[in-house]
Write a protein of this length. Structure first.
Length: 116
């Protein structure tokens, strides 16, 4: 599966953004999907993940209550709704698909910048 992330940008603190990740291929619905973020010099961290059906999701503690992951398997797309953004949320955001137990497939990343 190939992934294309979009929707990043510059927003003021307290604002919202919605990231999208469009997948190619007919097997999108079989994958658990996730959103990660990375800042310079730091490791890439999982922010949110969704089961293949969308029935189960998990979040990093730092974004719980502010971010929501969702997916539309008919559109081969996973979303990350980000509300109440904070400057600490500034990062490059990546979507990924889990194949088995590993995050094997990655999008190209989209920059999110939150100004104070």
């Amino acid at each position: 599966v190939q992934l294309q992330a979009s929707g990043g940008g510059l927003v003021q603190a307290g604002g919202s953004l919605r990231l999208s990740c469009a997948a190619s291929g007919r097997t999108f619905s079989r994958y658990d999907m996730g959103w990660f973020r990375q800042t310079p010099g730091k490791e890439r961290l999982l922010v949110a993940e969704s089961s293949w059906s969308g029935g189960r999701s998990n979040y990093a503690d730092s974004v719980k209550g502010r971010f929501a992951i969702s997916r539309d398997n008919a559109k081969n797309t996973v979303y990350l709704q980000m509300d109440s953004l904070e400057p600490e949320d500034t990062a490059v955001y990546y979507c990924a698909a889990k194949d088995g137990t590993l995050w094997r497939h990655w999008g190209q990343g989209t920059q999110v910048t939150v100004s104070s």
